[in-house]
Design a protein around this ligand. Structure first.
Ligand SMILES: [Cu+2]
Length: 243
């Protein structure tokens, strides 16, 4: 009692003010999370295929989907994707992928961006794909050097969730640049403007996952983790595995 000279009434008032403040902070965070989780460009549903594949004696149905990753809005528009507001590096055409459970999923990413250097060489490795490889312009590889990468596509679970674990990470080969701009690639599928990157992985049970780029490709606000890296939908998104 001696440590405080507040009256009981003042103590009650300040307790109420603190409670109201913390409730409004929680409400604000809730609104923010809801806004972050809205899908700016709808969902991208994997296409189920007619045939199956047998891996280690088990038969899996097959599904596939295609995405692109772009240096800016102009490159995205050339590939028919105009969904994002800011002129940042971006994935398209959607950032919320819907995949069937217990399926062999083949993902193709057309990558049109250049790159700098990874700050963690770990993400130069291919992790979690069938065969441990990614096919880039027709060639199977297991890793890329830290200075040859434009972005990564990294799929993982949410901490503390009880669903099946799923972890896939693929480095995407960069497009080179010189004094004249983009150097043509050897990939006719992208009209020599990018790389065609294909990999497959097995989904398990239904669940909610996230994907993001582990390449620090944002602006300098937070050591390259600003802008595109912190704005939802550019270098990150959701993956829903449905039963
Ligand atoms: Cu990135």
């Amino acid at each position: 009692m001696a440590s405080s000279n507040m009256t009981a009434g003042k103590r009650l008032t300040s307790a109420l003010v603190a409670t109201v403040l913390s409730v409004s902070v929680v409400a604000g965070v809730g609104v923010l999370l809801h806004k972050l989780s809205a899908d700016p460009n709808g969902t991208l549903v994997a296409t189920k295929e007619a045939d199956t594949i047998t891996i280690d004696g088990k038969v899996y149905p097959k599904a596939s989907l295609t995405m692109g990753v772009y240096a800016d809005k102009e490159q995205a528009a050339e590939d028919g994707f105009t969904g994002m507001k800011n002129d940042w590096v971006q994935y398209g055409p959607s950032n919320h992928l819907i995949l069937p459970a217990n399926t062999y999923v083949t993902m193709t990413i057309h990558g049109y961006d250049g790159g700098e250097e990874l700050n963690n060489p770990y993400f130069g490795k291919v992790i979690g794909t069938v065969g441990g490889t990614v096919n880039i312009d027709g060639e199977d590889i297991t890793s890329l050097p830290y200075n040859k990468i434009q972005h990564t596509w990294t799929l993982h679970g949410i901490p503390s969730s009880s669903q099946d674990p799923l972890f896939v990470s693929v480095p995407l080969l960069r497009v080179e640049e010189d004094d004249n701009g983009w150097v043509p690639t050897k990939d006719p599928i992208t009209n020599l403007k990018g790389h065609t990157i294909t990999f497959s992985f097995l989904t398990k049970g239904a669940g909610n996952y996230v994907w993001n780029c582990e390449f620090p490709c944002g602006d300098d606000t937070y050591a390259k983790f600003g802008a595109a890296m912190s704005g939802y939908g550019y270098m990150s998104g959701k993956v829903t595995v449905t039963a």
